[in-house]
Design a protein around this ligand. Structure first.
Ligand SMILES: NC(=O)c1ccc[n+]([C@@H]2O[C@H](COP(=O)([O-])OP(=O)(O)OC[C@H]3O[C@@H](n4cnc5c(N)ncnc54)[C@H](O)[C@@H]3O)[C@@H](O)[C@H]2O)c1
Length: 431
């Protein structure tokens, strides 16, 4: 989506000024910001040129304010693929050599999760503005150290939480915060897929290198790969972080060499009594993916970009008439049966939050088009050129990463885990 139509679409309620006031990290998308950098370029180095790295590189190729000057990957076939796209870029197998280049202003870290924290911290220490893919780190300490390095460095840090730049999410959160669905009384998030999450191997010795997502040494599995995107939405809607979490996880179907759960089911509990349920299974895709925010007046499904009111609009007059006639006939006949009406799911089809809503089936491990990822990268490039930080962005990402890890801990230890005080950081949006 063009930047101008993005701001227009996302800002329909209040125009871009109000939108930026509510979501300050969007400033970089405004025409003022783009004028500011019109003649400048962000000189970037990309570390990790696997599938998501190539997704970003293909977009960077078309961004006017970007020059990709260096590439790094410690797996030669992936590095060669990226180098073919940017033949003038310097190439490295060792990321520290890339960080030593004075011509690199910003780096993009797109490695497996276990490599995020130390590369990001080294990059910030080397004076580079840094974008790191979600989630932040494999451990709670890793997340906190990344955050502290960001604070100490004075540099910019972005994390790949693209829902923060996705117009349908922005619009929906704006609606929720305006009170449209009333008080938030529950949150249901889930991601269901049916595939083994494996990538093909040229050689079995590459199993952990290529299929790192399946092993605890490199990945938190469904929690850090999928849930981290969705847990952020609950906090964003409620302007709070949960106080505790509990749940169960297991390997139910894909009983191969993996040691990450293929099925998780958790409850995050907020201080006001609201529960956020989270479920993910990768052996059944019936339910797809969704984040549902439930209010006493209505429901928002953010992934589909649809809202529903509890009381549906009145039916057309002709239907009402038929209904009344049917009632007159049947209300006079006595039926035996239950004296209560069973609760059934709403048949209300809802309304889209905006004209153009881009939807996904949730099956890809690389990412999706039109989901805010390009705008997020665009915003990072603006930040690299100007050195301006985006308020609240790192904090949103930090809390979603920490919640994913706390959920994992709760399932591993089969207990209720309280949010540890030492991992709380200041966040302006929380009430
Ligand atoms: N935001 C999103 O929607 C989204 C989507 C997909 C992936 N991701 C994230 O992107 C990251 C990468 O995922 P992927 O699917 O591209 O993985 P991948 O395995 O396809 O690519 C990772 C690359 O990093 C390289 N690498 C590993 N260690 C390195 C090191 N020390 N130095 C240099 N290169 C190194 C590997 O050789 C590989 O080429 C993960 O954190 C993942 O969660 C985010």
């Amino acid at each position: 989506m063009e930047r101008r139509s993005f701001i227009k679409e996302a800002g329909k309620l209040g125009g871009s000024g109000l939108l930026v006031a509510a979501f300050p990290w969007l400033y970089s998308c405004t025409s003022e910001a783009q004028k500011e950098i019109a003649t400048q370029k962000a000189r970037l180095g990309v570390i990790g040129t696997g599938s998501r790295g190539m997704y970003h590189l293909n977009h960077l190729l078309n961004m006017p304010n970007v020059e990709v000057v260096a590439l790094c990957d410690n797996y030669a076939p992936h590095l060669a693929e990226a180098a073919a796209l940017f033949p003038k870029a310097k190439t490295f197998a060792d990321y520290t050599e890339l960080l030593a280049l004075p011509e690199v202003d910003g780096v993009i870290v797109v490695t497996p999760l276990s490599e995020h924290a130390h590369i990001t911290i080294d990059a910030l220490k080397a004076g580079k503005h840094t974008f790191c893919e979600k989630s932040m780190a494999l451990t709670l300490d890793g997340c906190l150290k990344m955050y502290q390095s960001y604070q100490e460095s004075g540099k910019v840090l972005y994390i790949g939480q693209q829902r923060l730049f996705d117009p349908k999410y922005l619009k929906a959160i704006e609606m929720i915060h305006s009170g449209m669905i009333g008080n938030i009384t529950g949150i249901r998030s889930y991601w269901f897929r049916n595939n083994d999450w494996r990538r093909p191997l040229d050689n079995p010795s590459l199993e952990c290198k290529i299929n790192w997502r399946l092993y605890r040494e490199y990945s938190g599995g469904l929690m850090t790969e999928l849930a981290a995107h969705q847990l952020q939405v609950g906090n964003w809607a409620l302007k709070m972080i949960p106080e505790s979490v509990t749940g169960f996880g297991d390997i139910v179907y894909w009983k191969d060499s993996r040691d990450v759960y293929d099925s998780v089911s958790l409850v995050y509990r907020y201080g006001n009594g609201v529960n956020m349920s989270y479920e993910s299974i990768i052996s059944n895709k019936f339910n797809g993916l969704e984040e549902q925010i439930l209010g006493h007046k209505g429901t928002l499904e953010l992934e589909k970009g649809i809202y529903y009111f509890e009381e549906a609009k009145p039916a057309p007059a002709i239907l009402q008439l038929i209904n009344q006639i049917e009632h007159k006939i049947f209300d006079n006949v006595s039926f035996a049966g239950p004296s209560w009406v069973p609760e059934t799911a709403s048949k209300n089809k809802g309304e889209y939050v905006m004209d153009k809503v881009s939807q996904t089936d949730g099956a890809s491990s690389v990412g999706f088009l039109n989901d805010g990822s390009i705008e997020l990268m665009d915003a990072f490039c603006y930040a690299v050129i100007t050195g301006k930080r985006a308020e609240n962005l790192v904090e949103e990402a930090y809390y979603s990463s920490v919640l994913a890890l706390l959920g994992l801990q709760a399932m591993d230890e089969q207990r209720v885990v309280k949010f540890p005080e030492q991992y709380k950081i200041p966040y302006l949006n929380f009430s």
